[in-house]
Design a protein around this ligand. Sequence first.
Ligand code: NAD
Ligand code: UDP
Length: 341
Amino acid sequence: MSPKSQRVLVTGGAGYIGSHTLPELMMAGHEVHVIDDLSNGHGVALERCRQIVGRDFGFSEADIRDAARVSEVIRAFGPDVVIHFAGLKSPSESIEKPDLYREVNVIGSLRLLDAMRAGGCQRLVFSSSAAVYGPPDFLPISEDHPRRPTTPYGASKAEVEDILVQEAAKDTTLTCAILRYFNPVGAHASGLIGEHPQDIPTNLVPYIVDVARGRLPRLNVFGDDYGTPDGTGVRDYIHVTDLARAHVAALDWTAGATGAREFNLGAGEGTSVRDLIRTFETATGRDIPFVVAPRRPGDVASSYADPGRAERELKWKAELTLTDMCRSAWAWGARNPEGYA
Ligand code: NAD
Ligand code: UDP
């Protein structure tokens, strides 16, 4: 059972995963306040969250690197816990702009942590990524798998993880849930919020949605000669609503634990690109034409989680199916052809 209502500061709450988490938090009885600089988030997403839940919440347009402003928000709101989604998330962009990724993801997180602790808040839920692992030595990937990130993005997440672990070792009143997401996809059941990629999507599911609505002619399947059952890349897709619910569980966990602890958040199942195309076609009745293209540089053949620790310790488990993911992604995409624009 959920502990009593908490005051939850959500950085990056206007983004894809953050916006899906807001309704889950409010439906669990928590009070939320969002900080977002809207660099990749949408005010409309916040409006729609209010519409879904029928309740208002606070919003401060601010950059997490702006220590004075973040401290002011923390003083005024008085959070019990912070869920920190804000950051930059493109592995390929991070190769072109490594300094920017370090500045926003690492320095931004440090400033936020300082402001939290100065304001008397000692509980943090941090958005990390399966990108910290790099090419897997073994599958499924458990939390003690070595971390060898291959991009500045993955390295920035690993660096924040290290800082949180060190800080929590020094200060036993600090509690951090480090959540390593696998491949979040899909959209809210209402069809009101979803993923809004800028330009041409680089991730598989948003790309497929654009093909389904005729905006792109066909999908390029990046490689069909991997050592996987059908030769295409295998990933662990997790419904964004399941992921959102994991944050509510992690928040509950921080109320009764100490230290920093890593949790894999995935369904624990590998799905190939071809499996995904087939499931999307069956779930939505749309055809997805595709061609096989060369492998994408940097891609691994297979990556999927052992989510056992989250199940045992957070009492959370992914419940929605690949069909739910495809159907909801399509419902959102078909209903909002311009996203939030
Ligand atoms: P997103 O870009 O949709 O959301 C991030 C939000 O943070 C946006 O609303 C953006 O405006 C805001 N933001 C960015 N920089 C900021 C700053 N300096 N100050 C204040 N706000 C800022 O991304 P998402 O997919 O919702 O991802 C959320 C978190 O989860 C990120 O930290 C990301 O690295 C991590 N993650 C995402 C995925 C994924 O596939 N989507 C996978 C693993 C981890
Ligand atoms: N993929 C693909 N075509 C695309 C985008 C992705 O074949 O247009 C493949 C990609 O090679 C990988 C899987 O789909 O095997 C998931 O890719 P995504 O970029 O969504 O996630 P990530 O690679 O970051 O796990």
